[in-house]
Design a protein around this ligand. Structure first.
Ligand code: SF4
Ligand code: SF4
Length: 407
């Protein structure tokens, strides 16, 4: 048996088939079918590796429908590393799928390990927004492009601002009153989709006397690629980020605005010991807690705060929100329900994602809310796609669009 097969088989062999993971799997909860559960997918991969199952459209659909929400990991008594199993299986299937090559090229262009490629693709995506739609719906040409790229025709392209984060210019004086220098990982979200949010983070941190370095040659963390099983490409992104960050001197850690990026860095680090970031990666909330940075809500509007259970930091976020409103008589609601996101741009899970987003909206009474505040750029993107596509008024924003310095 080839080495990689052996590695995945060893991971699978830890599974005792107890079925605990099914309790939390949102895809199983939505479909009610074993074959769509975590355990069902593990057994499919097992059958595939043993040669009992061949690569097929059905097999691909059942594996790619997994939303990568990671909730099952918490519930597994045998510590089965499902996330690595599914990504490796997707990687093998994608490598055999010729049609997927076209989509792969597009994905590798957008979430590239070269900044020039991502800059170009995001600029094209922004222009396509006008070109592919008519009266808010995809035009004929748009439908062909979406079909070609394997994206559901009801999906919506994100609204991409004219200037990315690095084109906005340097507007803030750098101070280092606290003797602390950190590096910022903006991710695609902070760079292309929500540059004002990254800018606000820097503004606040610099006002607190923290020096922030922001390497211009940093690239996408690789999450959107690894979700698709494009592990080699995601590894190239990690390598590019290693080059960008490992040369920084006197930096305590890298801070990521998005928790998913930090999770991926740690996972890839373990998959291939040659790929190693010298600096630890920390989530912004850990930095804020460690330095006791005093923040305040930015808006008076009605808000609800959110952290998906798969990010693994729900308690941190919920405590943070309580302290944020310690001077107020009422603390806004906090939800750790799964919003249906994490796996965008795939046709196989589009309907399931929307069903979960709909029930999330109803369960949390979001019709009475102006903003839902979240830390994951992908969740924000997914929720806003659902809200605008369904003509709902609530909007998802990042914490650093909802916060300001206390003083
Ligand atoms: S990652 Fe989420 S969607 Fe995928 S199997 Fe686990 S619980 Fe289910
Ligand atoms: S909870 Fe863990 S051991 Fe049990 S079926 Fe799921 S993956 Fe296997």
């Amino acid at each position: 048996m080839e080495k990689n097969n052996l590695y995945i088989t060893e991971l699978i062999d830890k599974c005792t088939n107890c079925g605990n993971c099914r309790i939390v799997c949102p895809v199983f909860k939505t479909t009610g079918e074993e074959i769509y559960s975590t355990r069902g997918r593990i057994n499919l991969v097992k059958g595939y590796l043993s040669g009992d199952l061949k690569t097929s459209k059905e097999l691909r659909e059942k594996l790619f429908v997994c939303l990568n929400c990671r909730q099952c990991l918490e519930f597994c008594p045998a510590d089965v590393e499902y996330s690595l199993i599914i990504k490796n299986a997707k990687s093998r299937i994608s490598a055999r799928n010729k049609i997927f090559d076209i989509k792969r090229s597009i994905l590798e262009g957008i979430f590239s390990y070269k900044t020039s490629s991502s800059d170009l693709f995001f600029m094209l995506l922004r222009k396509c927004g006008h070109f592919l739609y008519k009266n808010n719906s995809l035009n004929y040409f748009g439908k062909i492009i979406f079909r070609f790229a394997g994206i559901n025709s009801a999906a919506r392209l994100p609204e991409i601002p004219l200037n990315n984060f690095f084109n906005m210019g340097i507007r803030h004086e750098t101070k280092n009153d606290r003797g602390l220098r950190i590096a910022l990982f903006t991710g695609c979200g902070g760079k292309y989709l929500y540059p004002e949010c990254a800018d606000n983070f820097i503004n606040i941190m610099r006002s607190q006397g923290i020096e922030i370095l922001i390497p211009k040659n940093q690239v996408c963390c690789g999450n959107p690629l690894s979700y698709k099983g494009l592990l080699k490409s995601a590894g190239k992104n990690l390598n590019a980020n290693i080059k960008a960050f490992n040369t920084l001197l006197d930096v305590k850690y890298i801070v990521s605005l998005c928790p998913e990026a930090g999770n991926l860095f740690k996972e890839l680090d373990r998959t291939d010991p040659k790929l190693s970031l010298r600096l630890p990666v920390s989530n912004w909330i850990e930095l804020v807690n460690e330095l006791q940075i005093e923040l305040a809500p930015r808006y008076d509007n009605s808000v609800i705060f959110h952290s998906c259970p798969g990010c693994g930091q729900t308690e941190l976020y919920s405590n943070f929100v309580k302290s944020l409103y310690s001077d107020y008589t009422k603390v806004p609601d906090f939800t750790s329900d799964f919003c249906g996101c994490t796996e965008l741009l795939d046709r196989s899970n589009y309907e399931i994602r929307r069903k979960i987003a709909r029930s999330f909206y109803e369960k949390n009474a979001l019709e009475k809310t102006d903003y839902i505040v979240c830390s994951s750029f992908e969740c924000i993107e997914h929720l806003n796609e659902f809200f605008t596509g369904s003509n709902l008024n609530v909007r998802a924003i990042h914490f650093f669009d909802a916060l300001k310095s206390k003083n």
